[in-house]
Design a protein around this ligand. Structure first.
Ligand SMILES: NC(=O)c1ccc[n+]([C@@H]2O[C@H](COP(=O)([O-])OP(=O)(O)OC[C@H]3O[C@@H](n4cnc5c(N)ncnc54)[C@H](O)[C@@H]3O)[C@@H](O)[C@H]2O)c1
Length: 361
């Protein structure tokens, strides 16, 4: 039995609890959250298992209890560094939710501290595990797909949901929409391009959402729409089109990848993939439905990707291997998002060096 602790039991912590409840060989032994309502939510998710779980109000008490082999961090973005500071160097494997942190500097401090951590530190960029995306990624890596040239990701969806203490309404807590939400997409772009980002240009604004809300007399300051263009060091270029007042969309997310030979178009929510070759043109495009992954026993809000991520993490722990979604992916995806936020503010392209430092030109 692997013993798990959950730190932060709001929306995402609950998804982790439910995913883990449905995996054999796993026992949830501890939960930490300072918020009583969130603890009640965790108890509801645990059902009759709650009798064998210890509840704490801080991560420090949870890790000191030595009740956990693995700790899942699902606290607000601006707390990730502080929470990790209490965990790194301790005898626990860690899964920290995306984004790794709210800025590149904060990620660098985490990377530095993680040098003394001997166990796995895994970043929860779980979109890679969504069944349609993982199938699409397989197609792209096939020999006959050719060399990737362009990546387009479109997400047209509903606004950010309310969170505990409304932390997600302000850039200082989230890193900004292009870090908070879009680190997933920048991770996918880097994974598909198999390259490092060198230049980011973005245009965006907060045009519609949350403008009538007020928290301690402050109006939320998060972008609700943007176009972001990313150049990679192998000449692959990528574009994100994000709109968060597009409730009237049929397909929430579409990822298209074009090579010198073919195109894959992944309709993520619909679970459908179009694959076509230049040589056979539009009549040769094949549409396939993504088959249900029979391993998924709990789908949650993310098509079962959290569940599959946990299976892979467990596999890595039991086989003494390293994190598949590592710190490099964590900092890179934050760096692209932070560069895009900076580009929106300055109106200038942002150049990124190999240490993820920025230059405006
Ligand atoms: N992977 C995904 O697709 C995905 C989806 C949603 C959220 N997330 C990430 O998960 C994290 C949590 O988001 P959420 O939507 O669950 O937020 P939430 O507001 O619903 O829950 C956060 C919980 O953390 C608790 N908390 C705050 N500080 C804490 C601390 N120091 N120690 C312990 N608990 C603490 C809060 O009381 C709250 O219960 C964020 O980093 C978010 O970006 C990831």
């Amino acid at each position: 039995m692997l013993r798990y602790g959950i730190v932060g039991t709001g929306m995402m912590g609950s998804e982790h609890i439910m995913s883990l409840r449905n995996i054999d060989g796993v026992e949830i032994t501890a939960v930490a959250d300072p918020n009583e309502i969130s603890i009640s939510l965790a108890k509801a998710m645990l059902g009759n298992l709650q009798e064998s779980v210890k509840f704490f109000s801080s991560v420090k008490d949870l890790v000191d209890s030595q009740l956990c082999d693995v700790v899942v961090v699902a606290t607000p973005n601006m707390t990730h560094e502080e929470v990790l500071n209490d965990l790194l160097g301790r005898d626990v494997h860690i899964l920290v939710e995306k984004p790794l942190s709210i800025s590149v500097d904060s990620c660098k401090r985490i990377l530095n501290k993680a040098k003394e951590h001997e166990k796995i530190l895994w970043v929860g960029l779980e979109y890679r595990y969504m069944p349609a995306l993982s199938r699409g990624l397989e197609m792209i890596s096939g020999d006959d797909f050719g060399s990737v040239k362009m990546i387009s990701i479109v997400e047209h969806r509903y606004p950010f949901l309310p969170k505990v203490n409304d932390w997600n309404r302000f850039e200082k807590n989230t890193g900004g929409t292009l870090v908070e939400k879009c680190c997933h997409f920048f991770d996918l772009m880097s994974l598909i391009a198999k390259a490092e980002p060198i230049k980011v240009y973005a245009s965006g604004a907060q045009d519609v959402n949350h403008l009538d809300e007020s928290y301690d007399s402050k109006t939320p300051d998060i972008l609700d729409n943007a176009f972001v263009v990313v150049d990679f060091d192998n000449k692959v270029r990528a574009c994100l089109d994000i709109c968060m007042f597009a409730e009237g969309s049929k397909d929430e997310q579409t990822v298209s990848v074009v090579s010198d030979k073919a195109k894959v178009e992944i309709k993520v929510t619909a679970g459908q993939i179009n694959y076509g070759k230049r040589s056979t043109g539009s009549v040769g495009v094949v549409t396939s439905e993504v088959e249900k992954d029979e391993r998924i026993k709990y789908e949650g809000f993310h098509h079962g990707s959290t569940y599959l991520e946990h299976l892979d993490l467990m596999d890595a722990i039991l086989n003494n291997s390293s994190a598949k979604v590592d710190l490099k992916s964590g900092i890179r995806s934050v760096a692209i998002g932070a560069a895009a936020e900076l580009s929106v503010k300055t109106g200038k392209p942002v150049y990124i060096d190999s240490d993820y430092n920025f230059t405006l030109r």
